[in-house]
Design a protein around this ligand. Structure first.
Ligand SMILES: *Cc1c(COP(=O)(O)O)cnc(C)c1O
Ligand code: SF4
Length: 332
């Protein structure tokens, strides 16, 4: 039976900061600092209060602020950057399926997220908003038996209600060639309450092997509540992995990335990918020289177990996989 009360995570979501003025006040920013923020960004401000609470007061030099609060630098135009550097439209098989790689179909389940990341590579994606269900997608998946894995992405798949996810799971359960379901989600970092008992029961009910890939860029994102929620997912036999994006001013120092990997592996979460930042227009202030990532990985390799070192990758449209950036040549 469905409860009439709104689930907790919905209530919490309503407390997001979506306007600059109350946020400036909350962060106690001085007038000169406040003028460096962009009050009407093209990609809206959306910052859960629990993340805003982690931001240091009266400074713009903070890894959470940089990820979620629009700076005036977003108004700048960077040569060589574009609206859609990944050319996703060319790989759209249905309104909600992207297929680039063998055996895997990526389902763009929704455009909604728990938070809006300023560097988001899909911030200009023309999301399908009319059709709620996945009939066309299920038809496509059942016709292509080479697909063994469905990646639930978006937006954020945890923005969907359990009811919608349950319908999707039931449809996938009927397709024997689909053996794995992978979540790509950042939701637990903003709203760990989303991982509640009904959701865990839903995960446990699927006949498929589930993988859970979170997106976290800085160790401060991983507090006790977030890790506690993910531990419940791990207890179901679901591997939890993490992908990060390498971002200037957020996680571009050896100490930060080392601390991130250590916090992840202490929680049994595997650092999977460290993505080079995609060249999305108006995000040029996050970019780093290509050599920087290699140097960071070399540092991690010297200090961590092999499974604590993420793989440095870049996405290049038209390639048959992510491009692994070689870090073995220590000279370069
Ligand atoms: C990144 C991506 C995947 C997953 O790639 P893995 O290397 O298996 O993590 C699948 N499909 C699309 C369209 C992607 O962009
Ligand atoms: S959670 Fe992911 S899809 Fe959503 S805004 Fe952030 S990077 Fe983009």
């Amino acid at each position: 039976m469905e409860s009439l009360a709104a689930p907790l995570w919905r209530t919490v979501q309503r407390e997001n900061f979506t306007r600059i003025t109350p946020l400036v006040e909350f962060l106690e920013l001085s007038a000169p600092l406040a003028t460096k923020l962009l009050s009407t960004p093209r990609f809206p401000l959306n910052l859960p209060r629990r993340l805003a609470l982690k931001i240091a007061k009266n400074t713009l030099d903070d890894p959470i602020l940089r990820q979620f609060v629009p700076l005036e630098k977003e108004a700048l135009f960077t040569e060589g950057f574009s609206e859609e550097p990944l050319q996703d439209q060319a790989f759209r098989k249905t309104k909600k399926i992207l297929k680039k790689y063998h055996g895997r179909a990526l389902l763009v389940t929704t455009g909604a997220c728990a938070m809006n990341c300023r560097f988001c590579f899909r911030q200009n994606f023309p999301y399908e908003t009319e059709q709620q269900g996945f009939e066309e997608e299920i038809a496509y998946l059942s016709s292509d038996t080479s697909i063994s894995e469905v990646i639930l992405s978006g937006g954020d798949p945890l923005s969907l209600s359990d009811r919608v996810l349950a319908t999707l799971f039931s449809a996938l359960d009927l397709l024997p060639h689909i053996r794995r379901i992978r979540f790509h989600t950042r939701f637990p970092v903003g709203v760990p309450e989303r991982i509640d008992n009904p959701f865990l029961m839903l995960l446990a009910s699927s006949k498929k092997q589930i993988f859970f890939t979170i997106h976290c860029n800085h160790p401060i994102e991983l507090d006790e509540d977030v890790l506690g929620a993910l531990k419940q997912v791990q207890r179901l036999g679901i591997p939890v992995l993490n992908q990060s994006v390498l971002l200037k001013g957020v996680n571009d120092t050896p100490a930060t990335l080392l601390a991130l990997s250590e916090r992840l592996i202490d929680a049994g979460i595997i650092p999977y990918y460290l993505h080079e930042h995609d060249r999305v227009q108006h995000t040029g202030h996050f970019a780093l020289p290509a050599s920087h990532g290699k140097e960071l990985i070399a540092h991690l390799q010297k200090h961590l177990s092999g499974f604590g070192v993420p793989r440095l990758v870049r996405e290049e449209p038209g390639q048959l996989s992510k491009t692994f950036i070689s870090t073995s040549d220590r000279q370069s």
